[in-house]
Design a protein around this ligand. Structure first.
Ligand code: CAA
Length: 266
């Protein structure tokens, strides 16, 4: 099944090269803050990318040199009602869930501020690479609110309860090297190297067997929400399913023939 790409994008840029899609949040005047319109475009684009078999890896970044995403748009938050606030949070959570479970790797290339919803979006990605100038945090407490795009949950799972609570309660952002030290980002590179590094990693991931990639992401994400024993059964089921793919036969045959495997996604 394929899904049409949106005809027109106001707040995002999409570039597709080979099997890699580069998606840029493009509201640099407000440091790429996520308003409702941007989140909705993101949802539609992410669904199209999910169903596009020619795309095997996605890179997500922010326009300009200053910011990845500086959070949800505070203009919209400032006029929220209780029911509207709940809807806004759930809409954002839904989009981030789609990204987390896209079935292909999404690399966050964090080129500056990743605050609030920006940090939350980065945490929903599969892998995070940060420019050494990046500042990352959950400053919602300073606005008298709490994170709404599952930041309290993903941050805790990534860095542990103590560190998560410190970041959530102080609201203080941390630098890229500290984020790396505590496991919040996978790699730190000079700003000029960020997209090059992300593209190189994307090319590596895009060369892997797509069904196996999808199942690994699924086993990790779903497994985290299950008791260990059930997660093992889920893994075993996916292990059995992947054994039915042409790529499994190609991967094992290529190893035995001492050549590089050519995976087709079947
Ligand atoms: N929403 C709306 N506008 C924002 C924004 C946001 N999250 N972040 C920055 N902007 C706007 C600023 O209002 C400013 O607009 P004007 O030029 O019209 O004044 C423009 O972007 C540039 O920002 P600054 O002048 O503030 O730039 P700076 O370099 O002085 O500071 C910053 C940079 C420290 C990132 C600062 O902009 C800032 O603190 N931003 C807010 C960060 C934040 O609190 N994020 C969390 C939002 S809440 C959330 O995300 C909830 C959730 O979980 C869903």
């Amino acid at each position: 099944m394929t899904l049409a790409y949106p005809d027109h994008l106001d707040n995002l840029l999409l570039e597709r090269t080979d099997a890699i899609a580069l998606l840029t949040v493009n509201r640099p005047k407000v440091l790429n803050a996520l308003n409702t319109a941007t989140l909705d475009e993101l949802r539609r684009l992410v669904l199209a990318l999910k169903h596009d078999e020619t795309v095997r890896c996605v890179i997500l970044t922010g326009a300009g040199e200053k910011s990845f995403i500086a959070g949800a748009d505070i203009n919209e938050l400032a006029v929220q009602t209780p029911t509207g606030g709940r809807d806004l949070a759930m809409r954002g959570q839904h989009v981030l869930d789609l990204i987390e479970n896209l079935g292909k790797p999404v690399i966050a290339a964090i080129n500056g501020y990743a605050l609030g919803g920006g940090c939350e979006l980065a945490m929903a990605c599969t892998i995070r690479i940060a420019a050494d100038t990046a500042r990352i945090g959950q400053p919602e407490i300073n606005l008298g609110i709490i994170p709404g795009y599952a930041g309290t949950q993903r941050l805790t799972r990534l860095v542990g309860r103590g560190r998560a609570l410190e970041m959530l309660l102080t609201g203080d952002p941390i630098g890229a090297h500290e984020a790396h030290r505590i496991g919040l980002v996978n790699r730190v590179v000079p700003p000029g190297e960020l997209l090059k590094e992300a593209r190189a990693l994307a090319a590596t991931l895009a060369s892997k067997a797509p069904v196996a990639v999808r199942y690994i992401i699924d086993a990790v994400n779903k497994g985290l929400q299950m008791p260990f024993g059930e997660a093992q059964v889920h893994e075993a089921t996916l292990f059995g399913l992947v054994a039915s793919t042409e790529d499994m036969r190609e991967g094992t045959k290529a190893f035995l023939e001492k050549r590089k495997a050519e995976f087709k996604g079947r």
